[in-house]
Design a protein around this ligand. Structure first.
Ligand SMILES: Nc1ncnc2c1ncn2[C@@H]1O[C@H](COP(=O)(O)OP(=O)(O)O)[C@@H](O)[C@H]1O
Ligand SMILES: [Mg+2]
Length: 251
């Protein structure tokens, strides 16, 4: 069974509005890392909201097509079971972080699940260490740098231990060390059985993904092995995805 199975997915933010997602087909296999890229406004974040089931909070939105996570329709899952299936790290960590300290932030979800305090402490310490943010445990998330906020937001979502992880542009505010750390964490999580969707507009940040989907105006322009798409420079140039003078270094 696929971890995520999407067929003919369409989405409008209001009835009669423009089709922000216009018939998307894609899938994510168990233990697979699928990247999604495309120009600003092409629908990447909207796709993240749909896959993680958050779109149902927007009552005016109109979604059609098939959207299954681990065989279950996202629209039929209750909030608590949905949270165990899919965790979303938002593009803007400020919309996600609200606790007075970093460790409270990470403990929030497991506390809501009513895990025993000892187990919560263990999980928080493990995640502080995994993300390399132990020194920030007592800090107020509000005062952190963009990159640090991204790592805290990722830790807070991992605290729920979801089967599927959806990560919306967390790489851009990170320094090279932070990026390397996130890539190695995602690899570790994949081997531990997670399936991952990672959204990035920067092609270099997605080179490690197994497969890549290029979105264009709410449609899937390409969905294939990452190295195959990254090697097709004519396609990337036509899609407007090669923007620096030196071009993209794909090795
Ligand atoms: N809450 C919203 N209400 C109405 N339109 C929106 C909303 N959020 C995004 N859009 C529109 O949907 C399109 C896709 O946006 P988005 O999914 O954020 O793209 P991306 O993440 O690729 O930059 C854009 O045209 C954007 O203006
Ligand atoms: Mg976005």
């Amino acid at each position: 069974m696929e971890a995520v199975a999407v067929k003919g997915l369409t989405y409008k933010y209001w009835p009669g509005g423009p089709l922000v997602l216009n018939g998307i087909d894609f899938n994510v296999s168990p233990k697979e890392i699928v990247a999604v890229t495309g120009l600003s406004g092409c629908g990447k974040s909207t796709l993240c909201f749909c896959v993680s089931g958050l779109i149902s909070y927007n009552k005016r939105g109109v979604m059609t097509g098939e959207l299954l996570v681990n065989g279950k329709d996202v629209r039929e899952l209750k909030t608590a079971s949905l949270a165990r299936e899919v965790g979303l790290v938002f593009q803007d960590p400020d919309t996600q972080l609200f606790s007075p300290t970093v460790e409270d932030e990470i403990a929030f979800a497991p506390e809501n699940l009513c895990l025993p305090p000892g187990q919560i402490r263990e999980r928080v310490d493990y995640l502080l260490d995994l993300l390399g943010i132990a020194a920030l445990a007592e800090a107020n998330p509000y005062n952190l740098s963009g990159g640090e906020k991204s790592l805290v937001a990722l830790a807070a979502v991992l605290a729920l231990d979801p089967h599927i992880l959806v990560i919306d542009e967390v790489m851009s505010p990170l320094d090279p060390d932070g990026k390397k750390r996130v890539v190695s964490i995602l690899d570790k999580l994949r081997f531990a059985g997670k399936s991952i969707i990672i959204v990035e507009h920067d092609l270099e940040a997605v080179a490690f993904a197994d497969r890549l989907m290029v979105l264009n105006n709410g449609k899937s322009a390409r969905f294939d092995r990452t190295e195959k798409i990254l090697a097709d420079r004519d396609f990337l140039a036509a899609a407007g995805l090669l923007y620096d003078d030196e071009g993209l270094n794909t090795g």
